[in-house]
Ligand binder design. Structure first.
Ligand SMILES: Cc1cc2nc3c(=O)[nH]c(=O)nc-3n(C[C@H](O)[C@H](O)[C@H](O)COP(=O)(O)OP(=O)(O)OC[C@H]3O[C@@H](n4cnc5c(N)ncnc54)[C@H](O)[C@@H]3O)c2cc1C
Length: 468
């Protein structure tokens, strides 16, 4: 087996140790923003639309519902706090793609991919317009995304991409000796502050008249009278609603049929202290694009408004049983690996310290992008499983759910991508054996000039390949 650049140019242990000495286990984004408190639900209320989940999917559904019909009574129930989960702790790459990248969409929906990509750009434009219409303070920067090649075989992959940059051109953007080439897609990705987006979506929703309840875990959906449905919370609160939208993502679905449709795969993140102007000058990066390297196991990295660097990805850890648990967020091995890979990428930043470390559950579905559907005679709609690319796509998912609940056929409801369901994950122990086999196979492929072994090729052939 070959080596990757991260093994060939491994920094000294002392450099890694020093960088992680005072790193807090805490989500930088959630510390960096005020978090208004919303009351828990008590008693029984009625609503035209009840939304479960206070991440981007639920919040966009609330806003889009009020924009469509301002007089509707819309309530949103969140088990914990607004945007505490993936929506408050992600990388903040707001991509146009609705299909987790072109390749995945092209393979699954070849006849639809062109339209899906147009809809994705319309969706991203819609996000930009919403940010400006409601003066949302979310550090929105449409700087695009720069994919970089850090191994020779990756250069060939990028050569086929839009916006190819050779070694000199990529170095002119960002200085890292590991970068051999790049591809800069300028228009299809914006960078933003994830937790600010969550808080601002909630602020706009409330301004439009949405009622938000936090610490209100919904336990069940019951049939109500006159065809309505009733949501029942852990503490006995009840919402009688004509329609329900579920934006519960990787958490256990309130619908039994969806229990095996998503699994949490943990993704790890580091945040540096702010760079000095000299440190920043040593890496360039004046166009502030989102960066990602191109292996199967890849890193994503970006600048914050105060010029810190967020560096995440690579390890993707599935824990037996498929639960979301706070104790999975602290994994020294993964955070050390990220620190090591960071200083391989930017050795000129030796001495820089990481202030924050955290992790989050990636909302993985077997088709790598969200799936949609309805239950209870069309009164309940759901969308989940963005597989790590939901910052932008959550708004599209909100529109799909509202279309479905309206009972009308729309272009969105008729898409094959919306109508088809993914293959469920197998139950344990097969799930963890399978996910770990895929991970090991991806790691081997990255050490073998990207070549995929028979196992990955077989998964590709049945439409379950981990390709991005
Ligand atoms: C570390 C990390 C980095 C990522 N980076 C990116 C990125 O750069 N770009 C990108 O596009 N995507 C990224 N993602 C993925 C992205 O964050 C998610 O796809 C997106 O936030 C999904 O939003 P959501 O609202 O569907 O889910 P969530 O944010 O998970 O929200 C679901 C909410 O539902 C609530 N809930 C669940 N069940 C119940 C219930 N029964 N009752 C009440 N409430 C309930 C939960 O408490 C939670 O708040 C990343 C994810 C992680 C973890």
């Amino acid at each position: 087996m070959g080596t990757t650049v991260f093994e060939r140019r491994r920094p000294a242990d002392a450099v890694i140790d020093a960088s992680l000495r005072d790193t807090a286990l805490s989500v930088f984004w959630l510390e960096d923003v005020p978090r208004p408190v919303h009351p828990p639900l008590s008693g029984t209320i009625a609503a035209d639309l009840a939304i479960v989940g206070g991440g981007y999917t639920g919040l966009w559904t609330a806003i889009r519902a009020k924009e469509r019909e301002p007089d509707r009574r819309v309530v949103l129930l969140e088990a914990s706090r607004i945007a505490w989960a993936a929506s408050g702790r992600n990388g903040g790459f707001c991509e146009a793609s609705l299909t987790h990248g072109h390749e995945n969409g092209l393979t699954r929906w070849p006849d639809e991919i062109d339209r899906l990509e147009e809809l994705g750009i319309e969706n991203l434009d819609g996000i930009a317009q919403t940010v400006s219409r409601y003066s949302m303070d979310v550090d929105f920067e449409r700087t695009g995304q720069l994919a970089v090649a850090v191994e020779p075989h990756q250069v060939e992959w990028l050569r086929e991409e839009e916006g190819f940059l050779d070694r000199d051109a990529v170095q002119a953007e960002v200085h890292s000796d590991t970068f051999l080439a790049g591809a800069w897609e300028k228009d299809s990705c914006a960078m933003l502050h994830p937790a600010k987006l969550g808080m601002e979506l909630a602020r706009v929703a409330v301004d439009l008249g949405v009622e938000i309840y936090e610490n209100s875990l919904v336990r069940s959906i019951e049939d109500g009278d006159a065809g309505a449905v009733t949501l029942v919370t852990r503490d006995g609160g009840r919402v009688r609603a004509d329609a329900v939208a579920l934006g519960t993502n990787v958490f256990p679905s309130l619908l039994k049929r969806n229990r095996l449709m998503t699994v949490p795969v943990y993704d790890y993140v580091l945040m540096t202290e702010p760079l000095s102007s000299d440190q920043l000058a040593s890496i360039g990066w004046s166009n502030r694009q989102g960066l990602a390297d191109s292996a199967n196991q890849f890193h994503y990295y970006r600048l914050t408004a105060d010029n810190r660097i967020l560096f995440g990805g690579y390890d993707a850890v599935y824990h037996f049983g498929g639960k979301v648990r706070p104790e999975y967020e602290d994994r020294a091995e993964s955070h050390r690996r990220l620190a090591s890979h960071f200083f391989t990428t930017f050795p000129q930043l030796e001495g820089l310290r990481f202030t924050h470390r955290w992790a989050g559950a990636i909302d993985s579905s077997s088709r790598f992008c969200a799936f949609f559907g309805t239950a209870r005679k069309g009164r309940v709609a759901y969308a989940s499983g963005f597989t790590g690319l939901g910052v932008g796509a959550a708004r599209f998912a909100a529109d799909v759910m509202l279309d479905q609940l309206s009972g009308e056929k729309t272009e969105r409801t008729e898409l094959a991508m919306v109508r088809e369901k993914p293959i469920p994950f197998p139950p344990e122990p097969v799930a963890s054996i399978g996910v770990n086999l895929v991970r090991a196979a991806m790691d081997r492929a990255d050490h073998n000039q990207g070549r995929r072994n028979l196992f990955l090729k077989t998964l590709d052939a049945v439409g379950m390949g981990f390709d991005s």
